[in-house]
Write a protein that binds this ligand. Structure first.
Ligand code: RTP
Ligand code: MG
Length: 142
């Protein structure tokens, strides 16, 4: 592995799992040329979500975010490749699915359902340091 090869933590969130979008998300990761090196379906506990979303625990939307992320299993994925952190954020699109660009995962596969939550199908680490932290939370064996 060259020194610049990165890893990122991707989640298919409960809305994506419920809507049958696991395969489509995996397809886009692989079609872009990133390598999937770990994958696991599980229910996220409140403790795990508090670690994962540590930067958001004091935000006003945090309780709703936990309810959304606990509403069924998620698929956690570690993907690897040159600049994969930035690359997957680009594949995912911007946070709000209503305005996320067509062609992106969020732009193509999500919208506002009027639930009050931003249900946007996927999570992707926002920096290499976040990726290392999040991979250790979801895949301590790696
Ligand atoms: P993510 O962490 O899931 O990849 O999404 P992101 O970086 O694009 O957005 P972030 O600001 O980290 O927020 C994490 C997730 O929390 C929900 N959210 N709701 N109601 C709100 O104002 C609000 N803001 C964020 C979204 O599900 C977002 O993806
Ligand atoms: Mg984020």
């Amino acid at each position: 592995m060259s020194e610049t090869v990165e890893r990122t933590l991707i989640l298919v969130k409960p809305d994506g799992v419920k809507r049958g979008q696991i395969g489509e998300v995996l397809r886009r990761i692989e079609a872009k040329g990133y390598r999937i090196i770990a994958l696991q379906m599980r229910e996220a506990s409140a403790d795990l979500l508090a670690e994962h979303y540590a930067e958001h625990t004091e935000k006003p939307f945090y309780a709703d975010l936990v309810a959304y992320m606990s509403d069924g299993p998620v698929v956690a994925i570690v993907a690897e490749g040159e600049r994969v952190v930035e690359g997957f954020r680009s594949l995912a699109g911007t946070t709000d699915p209503t305005s996320a660009a067509p062609g992106t995962i969020r732009g193509d596969l999500a919208r506002d359902w009027g639930t009050g939550n931003i249900e946007n199908v996927v999570h992707g680490s926002d920096a290499p340091e976040s990726a290392a932290r999040e991979i250790a939370i979801w895949f301590p064996e790696l």
